[in-house]
Design a protein around this ligand. Sequence first.
Ligand code: NAP
Length: 301
Amino acid sequence: MGNRLTTRWDGRAVADGLLEGARRAIESGVADGGRPPSLVSVHRGEASPFQYYLRQQARASERIGVAFRDETLPPETTSATLRARIAELDRDPSVDAVLLEHPLPPEFGFLSAASTLRLEKDVDGVGAASLGRLVAGQPVHAPAVARGAIVLARHYGTEFLGRNVGVVGRSETVGLPLALLLAARGLGAEATVTVAHSRTRDLAEALRGADVVFSAAGHPGLLDRSNVPEGAAIVDIGLATIPDPGAPSGQRAAGDADAGSLDGWARALTPVPGGVGPMTVAALMENTVQAWALLGRGRPT
Ligand code: NAP
């Protein structure tokens, strides 16, 4: 027991391929007389925990030809002002895609702010109409994290049809959309999904028999040999920082999986960083290209 080879699923390499496809689509749309797609990423507060993700978005946008703008709203921004700004961006014909960074403090009503966007511009697929479409198996834009994580697993040959899949986490932006994408009729996965969360009594029992485990808890070291079935693949969405005296900054990124324990036990593992993170950005870029296409590629109507 425990002597298998645990392969690493390389999100950077797969994301590179997706970005190249998006770049070509933009190039041909622009050659055809359109303007480049534009994406606005909105977040609130100065000392933002989103800086790393925003830098990745800016870098990918530059690489493929998306006009990217990071709009930081001051920390004192009220929920009414935030909603009004989102509504303005929704009406602005020079903007194809809007991403509202989450989490926001609960009193901000993330769902109601994101729901101000029309379906085409809601590129993270997290507004009420987008989630409703997802439940019906007809998403316009599937949430980028969830879609990127599934595309990565598929790239490495994962079959989902009828298989047992565990999802750890039930947030409305990550865990639940992921569970829906995996289980919904007509979206190609049709897995048998178990959703675990902080109230789950016995995680090992919930994950028993899972062929693939997607984890989005943000709890470093949560998954190890004690709760993951031997031979399962683990797609690690979790992202937290933990102290690391050996690192120049004194800390490092960590996922939910305890790689030391799972090496030689799991069939595959996605690294953190370099697994789901780049896939999320690539899926966001693909969704942005799709928004731009749906809205006419910047040609006057
Ligand atoms: P969230 O809103 O905090 O949700 C975390 C979920 O995990 C909750 O449903 C929570 O359960 C559950 N959970 C927490 N501790 C648990 C435990 N010990 N056992 C089982 N379930 C547990 O976070 P989120 O926005 O969904 O994000 C999840 C993680 O993904 C975070 O680390 C975030 O940084 C990361 N993330 C990564 C990317 C990427 O591109 N890689 C993108 C987005 C998010 P309750 O519902 O009961 O509280």
